[in-house]
Design a binder for this molecule. Structure first.
Ligand SMILES: [Zn+2]
Length: 509
């Protein structure tokens, strides 16, 4: 039986414009999906858009269009950006699609039939922008604790989900499964939140229309988070056990920003428990980006526009930077200067130079042909052992979602390659006809190590890897078997590489 892997991004709200935060989550999911495909998994990689709710309804009214027209317009922006960022998603779910509405209604009815959704009355302080009710004690001076905007007292008939019933079970699950919520600091946050007590959750609204109607009571629409979270199963065809749902659920990892952790680590698992469905294996809440030291905000005009970054620096440089600069669970700062520094130092100097030097030398000394290596010396064996260790390290790091560390292990081998050239001094060997065999061995080691480097990098920088592997005479897609040393065959024609990443002279902004 083949191994499967299911990874998701959140579905992005169509009331937003795509920014670096969206790009970051989606990119991380893409790198993971690509890596797992190399390792032979059948991967389902889901992203999409969240299109319901009062904010969309209001924004559409203000723009003189229907909510669906607004969604159609914004969805195209997300889709165009994913194409430009080389995102290899398997599916794109929109919550306005029939398949989703059908699945959500089914889930709602299922939990209702089990008695864990009931009709009651709700009165509390409501924050319209956040679509969230707050208790008196949660408010900050009468304002919403999340967004600090004014709230209003609201009373409505509402369906409630018996979340309180699942408090102990959820806590026991979190404690028995340390991997369930990551990173650890986030896990601790959720544990204290759950320990403070879970209240029943209002899961319907009567104050607006733009949503999925409650089955058999159309005065209500289903609460946006109940609707949105269900995308992770409706996209798989839930409730139909045949096909993708039976094949890919439970999900291997939900990748999310830390701001929506509570919805994914408390609401969603308790909905699933009530419906009698398996829980996600992992929820990972990554950090936030500031820009040039400041929090991103529309009013500061410093929202980093991913399209602009890609146009200016190239897609693979942006992909590399975002995952290399900051450990995935932590907050990070974006600055043009640090991006330019990474391009010049890591990509142009270390990575690009190694490929240029090696392919130029094999062309100069051996007419561009890979030679049969001789018995290796200790220095060759050490370099090979390092390259082999990298494969194992990257595997461990990828399973921990430690993208930055994975890139670090790859770069250690890149640096080792540059050092290997300096130490073996091929230009000296080339002067002595008696050292032809030795020179052939050095060339082989250099090219073979880089072939493996680019196999791994193909998850992070797909276009660059294809280009580099082309110079190394490799046309096929990287596979797990190909990560073993010795894949490069004598006789292979090596092309002298052009600069993969030209140096950038400007100092950023
Ligand atoms: Zn708010």
């Amino acid at each position: 039986m083949s191994r499967t892997f299911y990874v998701t991004t959140p579905i992005y709200y169509v009331n937003d414009v795509p920014h670096i935060g969206h790009a970051y989550t989606t990119l991380a999911a893409d790198v993971l999906a690509r890596y797992k495909r190399i390792m032979g998994y059948e991967v389902f990689f889901l992203t999409g858009t969240d299109e319901h709710g009062q904010k969309v309804e209001k924004a559409a009214n203000a723009a003189g269009e229907t909510p669906l027209e607004l969604a159609d317009r914004v969805v195209k922006r997300f889709q165009a950006l994913w194409k430009k960022l080389d995102i290899s998603s398997s599916d794109f779910i929109r919550t306005t699609q029939e398949r989703h509405k059908k699945g959500v209604s089914h889930l709602f009815e299922n939990v209702l039939a089990k008695g864990d959704i009931y009709l009651g009355e709700y009165e509390d302080w409501y924050c319209t922008p956040c679509e969230t009710f707050w208790t008196e004690t949660q408010l900050n001076d009468g304002k919403c604790p999340d967004c600090n905007r004014p709230t209003e007292k609201l009373k409505e008939e509402s369906y409630f989900f018996r979340m309180s019933k699942y408090q102990e079970r959820l806590l026991a699950h979190i404690e028995a499964n340390p991997e369930f919520i990551q990173p650890k600091s986030r896990r601790n946050e959720i544990i204290s939140f759950v320990k403070e007590g879970l209240r029943d959750l209002s899961v319907s609204r009567t104050t607006f229309n733009w949503g999925i109607p409650v089955p058999n009571n159309e005065a209500h629409v289903i609460y946006v988070w109940f609707d949105a979270l269900a995308n992770y199963i409706t996209a798989l065809g839930y409730p139909d056990e045949e096909g993708n749902y039976g094949r890919y659920w439970p999900v291997d990892v939900h990748l999310i920003g830390k701001d929506i952790l509570r919805f994914h680590a408390v609401y969603w698992p308790t909905f699933l428990m009530a419906a009698g469905l398996p829980l996600p294996k992992k929820v990972f809440g990554h950090g936030w980006w500031t820009v040039e030291g400041q929090k991103m905000s529309k009013s500061l005009q410093n929202v980093v526009e991913p399209n602009m970054l890609i146009d200016r620096y190239g897609v693979d440089a942006v992909r590399y930077f975002l995952l290399r600069e900051v450990p995935f669970g932590l907050d990070g700062d974006f600055s043009h200067a640090s991006l330019v520094h990474r391009i010049n130092s890591d990509l142009a100097n270390d990575l690009g130079n190694l490929l240029n030097r090696s392919t130029a030398m094999v062309n100069k000394y051996f007419g561009g042909q890979v030679q049969e290596p001789e018995e290796p010396l200790e220095i060759d064996l050490a370099y090979r052992a390092r390259s082999e260790a990298m494969v194992a390290q990257v595997e461990a790091n990828m399973n921990d979602l430690a993208f930055s560390k994975a890139l670090q292990s790859i770069w250690e081998v890149v640096s080792a390659g540059n050092k290997y050239i300096d130490e073996t001094a091929p230009w000296t060997l080339a002067k002595d006809p008696a050292q032809r065999g030795r020179l052939a061995t050095v060339m082989y080691s250099l090219l073979e190590s880089q072939r493996i480097v680019y196999f791994l990098l193909s998850a992070f920088m797909p276009k660059t890897a294809v280009k580099a592997l082309g110079y190394l005479g490799w046309e096929e897609a990287p596979t797990e078997a190909g990560l073993a040393w010795g894949g490069l065959k004598p006789g292979t024609a090596i092309v002298k590489a052009e600069a993969l990443f030209p140096r950038i002279e400007d100092k950023g902004e």
